[in-house]
Ligand binder design. Structure first.
Ligand code: ARG
Ligand code: ZN
Length: 458
């Protein structure tokens, strides 16, 4: 769901034509407070079909992305986010149309009529250019590594490899048809529904049938082997590993099933049909790409690997099924996924160990000057405050309302906002609704005040 700008069209012609002839171009942003260039107004995407041939050796892609959208207003033209690459043609409902590249916007010269569906196909190709969204040197998008290529797009890297309404407030279902060269496999989100032999390599067809934010779309093209685990809570569990692992998933991945069963009890049913990890090199992190977490191999051997597994799994409920309304709401992703780590410690070792872990993270915060968790600004979007103070905000809420109401708040958050997006204000309102308490001071002191409140101990 994406807000349409309240534009009223001035009467610019007197030919008595259809309403669309009076309409203004749709906006090229959706007013995200941190990334005003991301996302576009005027339409709501329902489905992306991303049909690409990947050549990791040459670091190129080429193919077509087809977008099915519904117009949310009358407009004379509309824009998609797309960075770099060469556009060959754009069609709307099958007919070629004019287009203009303006910075990282692709403006499509075709009208939108409120409530009507439109199918936009963009044929394009070239070498993707990853982007430093935060200005901290961190590259997002389609990235080449030693084995092939992988995609890690949070927050704004989707536009480096497909034309998109690149904002989490416009979620859509996805189909991927990715052609991989001989010896390589193409992995993406959701279910592998088909593998088709072709002259240029095998085509891997993946379906993501539940709504997904653009930054969570991933494609990994590399030599990879599929390893299945027993299903847990009805969820298909599979990992994709480089051949050097000889089909043996790392120890920390063996616990995924037990984690899903535990989180199912606490958060409500796991929101998707599949889960697992794809291991990549050259990525010093992990990303919770929906149903198929991209996991940097640098984690193995680290005592934190199991925390990271719990964290990325926690994101499937918090961040993926419930998306942040704007990037300023990022603690709703990272604070919650970090709290999932603490809950896993509590499950394994009990509440005393959990409280000790919370205290250690509190000490890290106390010894660092840190941003506001509720307004970190782009540079600290993934900083310690968003993660650790965000998690301790939930710990403080639990302390304030008690276990029963606390977990009811988490489950209701997922069931009420799942499949769409929610904001910090939505979460505070829900917590107040279910607890019957005024929680304004609690959230203000944890999220929006520099001074660190005392460590909560529920
Ligand atoms: N969401 C990821 C995680 O915590 C981190 C992404 C970091 N991205 C970045 N641009 N620094 O699992
Ligand atoms: Zn995270």
């Amino acid at each position: 769901c994406i807000r349409d700008s309240p534009e009223t069209a001035p009467p610019t012609t007197n030919d008595g034509g259809a309403a669309v002839e009076y309409a203004l171009p749709a906006t090229d942003g959706i007013d995200d407070p941190y990334f005003p260039g991301l996302g576009n107004g005027g339409y709501d995407v329902e489905h992306y079909l991303i049909d690409l041939r990947a050549d990791p050796a040459g670091n190129t892609i080429d193919g077509t992305t087809t977008i099915e959208a519904v117009a949310t207003g009358d407009h004379s033209s509309f824009t998609l986010d797309l960075r770099g690459l060469e556009v060959a043609t754009v069609t709307v409902d099958g007919a070629a149309v004019d287009y203009t590249r303006i910075g990282e916007e692709l403006r499509v010269e075709a009208p939108l009529v409120a409530g009507e569906s439109v199918t936009v196909a963009v044929a394009y190709g070239g070498t993707p250019e990853p982007v430093d969204d935060l200005g901290d040197g961190w590259q997002t998008g389609w990235i080449r590594n030693a084995e092939g290529t992988f995609v890690a797009s949070e927050p704004g890297g989707a536009r480096t490899w497909f034309p998109a309404n690149d904002h989490p407030s416009d979620k859509a279902t996805f189909t991927f048809r990715i052609t991989a060269p001989a010896g390589m496999t193409a992995v993406a989100n959701g279910e592998l529904t088909d593998t088709i032999a072709s002259e240029s390599g095998d085509i891997y067809v993946w379906e993501m049938a539940d709504p997904m934010a653009t930054y969570l779309a991933t494609v990994v093209v590399a030599p990879l082997e599929r390893v299945e685990h027993p299903p847990a809570a009805g969820v298909v569990l599979r990992d994709y590993l480089p051949p050097s692992y000889r089909g043996e998933a790392p120890d920390s991945f063996q616990k995924t099933g037990a984690m899903i069963e535990y989180f199912d009890d606490l958060f409500g049913p796991y929101p998707f049909d599949q889960y697992g990890h794809v291991i990549v090199s050259g990525f010093p992190a992990a990303l919770e790409t929906q149903t198929m977490t991209v996991f940097g191999d640098a984690w193995f051997g680290s005592p934190f690997a199991e925390f990271v597994v719990a964290h990325e799994l926690g994101h499937q409920w918090f961040g993926n099924h419930v998306s942040p309304t704007t990037w300023k709401d990022i603690w709703l992703n990272e604070g919650f996924a970090t709290y999932a780590e603490l809950l896993w410690v509590e499950h394994l070792y009990g509440p005393v160990a959990m409280q000790a872990e919370a205290a250690s993270r509190y000490d890290d915060l106390r010894s660092t000057s840190h941003a506001l968790a509720g307004d970190p600004q782009p540079l600290r979007l993934f900083g310690i405050s968003v993660y650790q103070r965000g998690a301790l905000t939930l710990h403080a809420l639990r302390d304030g309302v008690g276990d029963e109401v606390f977990f009811e708040i988490l489950r209701t958050w997922v069931s009420r906002f799942g499949g769409r997006d929610g904001s910090t204000d939505d979460f505070i309102a829900l917590a107040e609704e279910l607890s019957g308490a005024d929680l304004g001071d609690l959230f203000e002191s944890w999220l929006f005040t520099p001074e660190l409140p005392p460590l909560p101990s529920p």
